[in-house]
Design a protein around this ligand. Structure first.
Ligand SMILES: NC(=O)c1ccc[n+]([C@@H]2O[C@H](COP(=O)([O-])OP(=O)(O)OC[C@H]3O[C@@H](n4cnc5c(N)ncnc54)[C@H](OP(=O)(O)O)[C@@H]3O)[C@@H](O)[C@H]2O)c1
Length: 392
């Protein structure tokens, strides 16, 4: 039976561990490793069956290689931070072990994320006979699979894609982020970017917004245009797409705090001198903000993430919307985490399941939309992220 090594014991790692434990027929042997061993042990104690835990610095390739060897891992499921992607991919190459992540590589000293760094590993993974599955979270992840599903089942040609991510939940805190604050704030404060007629158009951060009416009683919310990594892979793998955009909701309160923090320099990622030592303001801010893991018991409401697609079917124009709604309190009841971690951790487990059961296989580096979406869509319904589709 396969051995899975999960790296990262944060909000997402906790959900992944719980969900893998719910499918013992696939994930018989699990090891959860992270920088802080106590966090792994705390999660392990919540599970119905014992799992292994280990301490690892995932920026240290020799340490990773040793751990992969000790665990005899068949798959490394990486849910630590994007900074570790390339180090973990290097360790997988050295040991000949398959790789999965949920976020594309970002260099720590530059707020820039793109797939090219990881796509550049394709030939080496292919030659080594192993597979890397990139971006198996919700967005990226399920949103890519939703597009592949729409293309397979509903469209001859996809022309316009709007990915819309709404967190209609409330944690009652003056200011907090739903996942790692450093990664979240880097993403939100970056310039917006969308794809139109084979070109990328750049906008000022959060400068484009509009109202969107969300289904099932969530109602109208303001959505803001952002750049998100799945736009890069989807426009590459689905060349029919003429326009692709990503939108996210933010409360006025979140935006007000973010603006002040930016204005006073607290979101800077370059080191500044403070009392004789160098500190990175955003990393210091992270230490002050609530740990996203602590928001689980406080968060009420739901998320709604989906794809609004326009295109052509049988010569006629068609408009289609596919989405999932996830309830923060129900997620917490099941796995002790709020819906943002839940909607990332469940698809990470399903992606690993697709690889281990060989329903998705290949040699090289792949994005989610490159595989048959059908078995993944079935498991979403089974493992807590049911989806709804509507022709508009
Ligand atoms: N695709 C999606 O839909 C989506 C959505 C949300 C998040 N994500 C991604 O999911 C990942 C996890 O997010 P999260 O909210 O769970 O973050 P988190 O709560 O901050 O957890 C990150 C974990 O990684 C560990 N870690 C950090 N650096 C490490 C290192 N060098 N070696 C070993 N472990 C290390 C941390 O250890 P310590 O606790 O010791 O610091 C922590 O346990 C991130 O990459 C995020 O971008 C994807």
């Amino acid at each position: 039976m396969p051995n899975v090594l999960i790296i990262g014991a944060g909000g997402v790692g906790q959900v992944v561990a719980h969900k893998c434990a719910q499918a013992p027929e696939v994930f018989e042997n699990i090891c959860l490793a992270s920088r802080t061993l106590e966090k792994c042990d705390r999660i392990a104690a919540q599970l119905p069956k014992p799992i292994q835990t280990a301490q690892v610095d995932a920026d240290n390739v020799p340490e990773l290689v040793d751990l992969i060897g000790t665990v005899k891992a068949d798959l490394v499921l990486h849910v630590a931070l994007p900074y570790q992607d390339l180090h973990i991919m290097d360790a997988c190459l050295e040991t000949g072990v398959d790789y999965l992540d949920t976020a594309n590589y970002e260099p720590p000293d530059e707020a820039r994320f793109c797939y090219q760094w990881q796509w550049d590993y394709h030939e080496r993974f292919k030659e080594r006979g192993i597979i890397a599955l990139l971006g198996s979270g919700f967005d990226p992840g399920v949103t890519n699979v939703f597009c592949a599903w729409a293309k397979k089942m509903h469209f001859d040609e996809i022309r316009e894609l709007d990915i819309i991510d709404c967190n209609a939940g409330d944690h009652g805190q003056p200011f907090a982020t739903n996942f790692n604050p450093e990664i979240n704030i880097r993403e939100v404060t970056a310039p917006g970017r969308y794809y139109e007629n084979e070109q990328w158009v750049e906008t000022d951060p959060l400068s484009l917004s509009k109202e969107f009416d969300f289904p099932e009683g969530i109602g109208s919310r303001k959505i803001y245009l952002m750049y998100h990594e799945e736009l890069e892979s989807l426009t590459r793998h689905m060349p029919d797409i003429q326009r692709a955009r990503f939108w996210m909701t933010f409360s006025d309160n979140y935006l007000k705090h973010l603006e002040v923090l930016e204005n006073v320099g607290m979101t800077r990622i370059d080191p500044v001198e403070y009392e004789g030592r160098q500190i990175v303001p955003l990393q210091f801010l992270k230490a002050l903000l609530p740990d996203p893991g602590s928001l689980g018991p406080l968060t009420r409401g739901r998320t709604c993430i989906g794809c609004l697609i326009r295109g052509i079917k049988d010569g006629k124009e068609k408009k289609y919307y596919i989405y999932n709604i996830c309830d923060h309190e129900k997620a917490y009841e099941e796995v002790g985490s709020q819906a943002i971690s839940y909607t990332t951790g469940v698809p990470a487990m399903i992606g690993a399941m697709m690889m281990l059961t060989k329903q998705w296989c290949g040699k090289g580096v792949f994005n989610m939309e490159e595989f048959d979406p059908a078995p993944f869509m079935e498991e979403l319904n089974r493992y807590g992220l049911p989806w709804t589709e509507i022709t508009l």
